[in-house]
Design a protein around this ligand. Structure first.
Ligand SMILES: [Zn+2]
Length: 426
């Protein structure tokens, strides 16, 4: 596991020190990429070894910890609402913007390369390697699990025109659906439909007829504004079809433009909520800040997205309709912001669901168990065992870590039902 020279909890996000370190890191990686050292980048980012796939067994201590993690969960499979798919195509229909695959854009290149190889997609692998790799890990888990595979639509303009140049990547609904059918023991399908498409409602209805109920949006990257009246027909169709929207809120790393970043403002969800849409907020909006639109005026203050998410969760009208999804909250870039509050707010646990944000659990650099130990979320002994589990199966690690972490202040843990909860899809 990576050991930071300084615990991230000591560095307020956005501090000049942190920004400088990030810039330095990007420059070094960019230079390596430029020189053609792709494999070195993989080494620096680090990936889980996945020893479970080689049939290796865990130590007694690790097995004991996993037993404790699983024994008090309610019956039923583990549920993961957030597993990405991606691929380079062309046969699969998947597509990645060539910009993200070019070392001329080092930041994008590093990010995409890191995701692809964490998911098991080498430079020559077919796109199916992603699906097979995830299915293998899912089947190697100690308990049956269902992972929702996320399709990903293009970016569209407000005129309903596809904007290929500014799209990040594309995963067809057909592709996610076919994977879920082929591996129905471990996968379910989540489609992605841009609400500005002229055929958006028909596309929703087409998949609803096939039993799909989850729809994924990433507003900052895909360019939809949840607060726009352009989405109203889409919201009516979601409600009519009893479908659920999984929306990324908070800072989106892939987005530079401030206006696009603002699309991840949790308060923009008031419009679909008031239209009756069931919403899962990805990552509980645990990063970034946004304008406090409730204050209004010409210069509304900036508030942490996580606090805006909590504000919405606190509104009586949205109970039973608004849910939080906890993927990535234990990652190094997020835990200091939201983890202890989420653990301590036990009143919200019945409205939380789990997600892995696959393939991020396989990117070593995002998990710093040493920092979690220093901050009091886990013990030194737990850290050792979790590190072993990490290299056995990153999906098992993601679950075990979330089951083990406790509030340094109160000792509160995540409630067991979060990990088997189907939330609004019950
Ligand atoms: Zn995600």
């Amino acid at each position: 596991m990576t050991s930071p020279e300084q615990s991230p909890s000591e560095l307020p996000s956005g501090s000049p020190n942190r920004k400088y370190r990030l810039l330095r890191w990007v420059l070094v990686i960019g230079l390596l990429a430029w020189l053609g050292h792709g494999p070195l980048i993989d080494l620096l980012a680090g990936h889980s070894a996945r020893r479970s796939l080689a049939g290796e067994s865990l130590s007694t201590e690790a097995n004991d910890l996993l037993t404790r993690c699983l024994e008090d969960l309610p019956p039923g499979p583990l549920v993961d609402f957030h597993a990405h798919l991606a691929g380079r195509g062309p046969d699969s229909g998947c597509w990645v913007n060539p910009r993200l695959l070019s070392p001329l854009h080092p930041r994008d290149w590093v990010r995409m390369r890191s995701y692809l190889s964490a998911a098991g997609l080498g430079p020559e692998s077919p796109d199916s390697a992603w699906i097979e790799g995830l299915a293998g890990l899912a089947r190697a888990r100690q308990r049956p699990a269902l992972h929702f595979l996320l399709a990903f639509d293009h970016r569209y303009s407000t005129q309903g025109l596809r904007d290929l140049e500014h799209s990040e990547f594309y995963v067809p609904n057909e592709y996610a659906h076919a994977a879920a059918e082929a591996y129905s023991d471990v996968f379910r399908c989540a489609i992605s439909v841009h609400p500005y498409r002229t055929d958006a409602v028909q596309e929703l209805e087409r998949w609803a007829a096939q039993g799909v109920r989850l729809v994924k949006w990433l507003p900052g990257a895909q360019g939809m504004d949840p607060a726009s009246p352009l989405c109203d027909a889409f919201y009516r169709a979601l409600v009519a079809q009893d479908m659920v929207l999984l929306v990324h809120c908070g800072e989106e790393q892939a987005v530079d433009a401030e206006a696009d970043q603002e699309l991840g403002n949790p308060l923009r969800l008031r419009r679909p909520l008031e239209a009756g849409v069931q919403i899962l907020v990805a990552h509980c909006a645990s990063s970034g800040s946004a304008l406090d639109l409730d204050v209004g005026g010409a210069h509304p203050p900036r508030v942490d997205c996580f606090d805006l998410f909590l504000r919405l969760m606190g509104e009586k009208a949205f109970e039973g309709q608004l849910w939080g999804e906890i993927s990535t909250v234990t990652q190094v870039n997020r835990y200091s912001n939201a983890l202890s509050v989420l653990l301590e707010r036990e009143d919200l646990h019945s409205r939380l669901v789990n997600g892995s944000d696959w393939p991020l659990p396989a990117v070593n650099v995002l998990y710093q168990t040493r920092a979690l130990k220093s901050a009091g979320f886990i013990t030194a002994e737990e850290r050792e065992i979790l590190n072993e589990i990490y290299h056995h199966n990153p999906l098992t690690f993601d679950l075990a870590l979330k089951r083990v972490v406790r509030s340094p202040k109160t000792g509160a843990r995540f409630a067991p039902q979060i990990f088997t909860c189907l939330g609004p899809l019950r």
